[in-house]
Every structure is written in structure tokens, then in C-alpha cells.
Design a protein around this ligand. Sequence first.
Ligand code: ADP
Ligand code: 3PG
Ligand code: MG
Length: 409
Amino acid sequence: MISNLKYMEGVQSLKDVDVTGKRVLIRVDFNVPMDSHGNISDDRRIRAALPTINYCIDHNACSITLVSHLGRPKGQYEERYSLRHIQKRLERLLQKRVVFVDNFEERKDEIATCSLERVFLLENIRFEPGEKKNDPELARKLGSLCDVYVNDAFGTSHRKHASTYGITDYVDTKVAGFLMMKEIEAFSKALEKPMRPVTLVVGGAKISSKITLLKSVMPKIDKLIIGGAMSNTFLVAQGYDMQESFYEEEYVPTAREVLDEARKHKVKIYLPVDVVITNDIEHPIDVKVVPAQDVLETFKAVDIGPATVKYFSEAIGLSNTVIWNGPMGIYEIEKFSKGTFKIASAIADSYAYTIVGGGDTADAVEKAGEKENFSFISTGGGASLELLEGKILPGFEKLDRKEDAATLS
Ligand code: ADP
Ligand code: 3PG
Ligand code: MG
């Protein structure tokens, strides 16, 4: 029996098909971090998709349609999540004009016509209510735009959405892009036979979508370090009053289950012992370091404290594989970035095989000046955690398979 990772490596890639004269639709993940002025703060995810897009341009695809989401809009238009914000950067990086399409159905014929303006960027696909529901009608409409479907959205490959999953039912040729293949190869190297101890460092703010899968990674890891808003939920589960800190009440029982599961598998858990707190994130004048048990009334925990940095760093130094997703605090604000940047350096300085994943975490690593010092920087956050869980990611599941590729038995 082959492993799920090997199964995913067995999909056909863009190199296995001929795109000349074909209409190609590429699902990319342009969900990039933006600053408070709406500027792209890290364009890594756009740059990571360029090899696939350029390959289609250079091999004379008839039209290239790029589909992505940005942020988490609720199935309708919201200006701040428009992919128009991405168009200019993409044009600069591709050195090519990109035609923005706000209503793809109306411009279907244009997309089918071969022309010199061959790269189309569709508006945020999550403005369509059917995207997240994996609606077959939306999947069919998207499928009708192309002859070849290329999934290169590794960061979104853990989602069963119309543009990442359902669309494969309506296209004859469906393959993985170069980013998908590169990511899966790097993870296979790290996860097939990892050097133990394996340490997973998690943080960030996407608690609901990540906390549940922490339960199932226990057999794969030896230590679990938890920081950022994620740790607030765990500290509440430990009985601490986190006051105004961001955490998810609904997931406190899940945090308890994660802790129980860790005990069962003898996984060591590391939670913050001190935290940086403020009563005003926008105007952080009153900022203090307190024990995690002593968050002051009206204050919120916004970063891990110096004692925690030391405690986490020592555990990281004793690991042979470190996988990191999720910043340790609100790293976008300078005063609350120390914990994240110091943990980035601790991981970078370790002698372990180090993988970091996630749009914001990769941005933080870059800002910490440590991007050259990681073994691999993945574009996937939630996706990399689901890989660690051992799942076949939906984005790979229904792609064409190489003729000699083994199937699961
Ligand atoms: P990634 O994009 O790397 O997968 P997430 O999107 O899950 O990571 O989380 C990143 C976000 O988490 C950042 O915007 C950061 O400001 C936020 N964050 C981290 N710690 C805290 C905290 N203590 N309180 C509020 N937000 C936090
Ligand atoms: C990410 O940033 O992790 C991906 O783009 C997926 O976004 P999602 O968690 O909103 O599905
Ligand atoms: Mg993020």
C-alpha cells in the first residue's frame, strides 16, 4: 500500500499535457496578506504561481484564466477583497497585460477567443455564493471556460470548493501546477520518514479551522508548541481568564480534547507562560508583560512574552524537524512582533529540518529577515497542517494520474 503523500505525488502535472492552442484555467492562491492601507505586504503567493502561468504563456495556450479567492468574503462583493487589488502587481511580475474580468459569464466568448491579451484574472471567486458550497452549477460554469484545468493553489488545496474540487467533474484534462508539485515533494521529504523529535509550532488567528486537526496530528509529532491567538483558547481551557483577548469560546472544549489527545500520545505541550498585553491595539501606549494567569481586566494578550520565547526556543533547539504555522502575536504591529520574530530566529538557528507555512507566517519570516534560513517555505498554512495529519488533500484527489502511478489499495 502506498502512502497518501505518494498518492498525491502520482498526479499528472502541467508538463504531462499539451496546452498549445488550449484554453487553460489555473486555480491559483492569491490570498496575500494586505496592510492597513490595502497594500500587498508579501507577494510570495503571486510569485510562486509564476512558473505555471509563464509555462502556459510560453507554450502558446490560447487563453489563460486565473481564478483565486482573497480573504473570507461572505458570498458577495466587498471592495476590500476585490482581486483588482492584485491585478497591477501581477502585471508587473508577469510583465504582461492582465485583463480583469468582473463577470466571467458575460465575457465567456472573449475568454474562448485566442488573442494577444491572453491572461484573464477573474474577480474573487468567493464573491460567488456557490464557491464555498462546492456548488455543481458554479463548478460547471467554471469548467466551461477551459479545456485544461490546472490546480496550482496549494494554499487552498485543503478546501473542497467549486474552483478547487467540483470543477474537476466538468473538465476532461485536469492536472497539478508546478507549485503544487514542488510543495508535495518538499513535504514528502520531511514527512515520509521525519527525523524525530518532530515539533509542531502553531499560532495565528484561524482557530476554528485549525484547532480540530491538532487532535489528529498527535501520532506524527513529539512536541506541540502553541502561541498567538490560538494559545488564548488553550489558556482559557486551562482555566485562565484571558479577559478581552481574542479567542473562540466555542472551541474551548476542543482545546481540552487536544490536550487529552496529547497526553494519550505522550506529546509534550508548550503553552505561553507570559504574554504581552495592551488595552488598545490601534494605539498601544499601555503595554505590559504579565504571567499568562494575570491578564489585566480590559486588556488583551497580543504576543508571547520574553520568558515564553526562551521556553519555546529551548524546546525548538532540541528538535530535529520543526513545522511552523501561525504567528505568535499580532506581528503586523511592531510592538507586538517581537515574539514572532524571535521564534522565527530560534527555528532558523536550529539544526533541524525546518518548514514554515501560511500566508502570514511566511510574511513574518520574511520581515524577520530569516527567509534564507529555513529548509522550506510553503505557501500553505491550513493545507500544510492537513498534510501533516496524513490526509489526501481534496485539491489533489480528482486530478488525472500518471500512467505508472500507483493507486491506493
Ligand atoms: P497563516 O496565514 O500563517 O496561516 P493565520 O491567518 O492563522 O496564519 O493567522 C495570522 C494572524 O493571526 C495575523 O494577522 C496575526 O495578527 C493574528 N494573531 C496572532 N496572534 C494574535 C493574538 N494574540 N490576537 C489577535 N490576533 C493574533
Ligand atoms: C490560506 O490563506 O490559508 C488559504 O488561502 C486558504 O484560505 P481559507 O482558510 O480562507 O480557506
Ligand atoms: Mg492568514
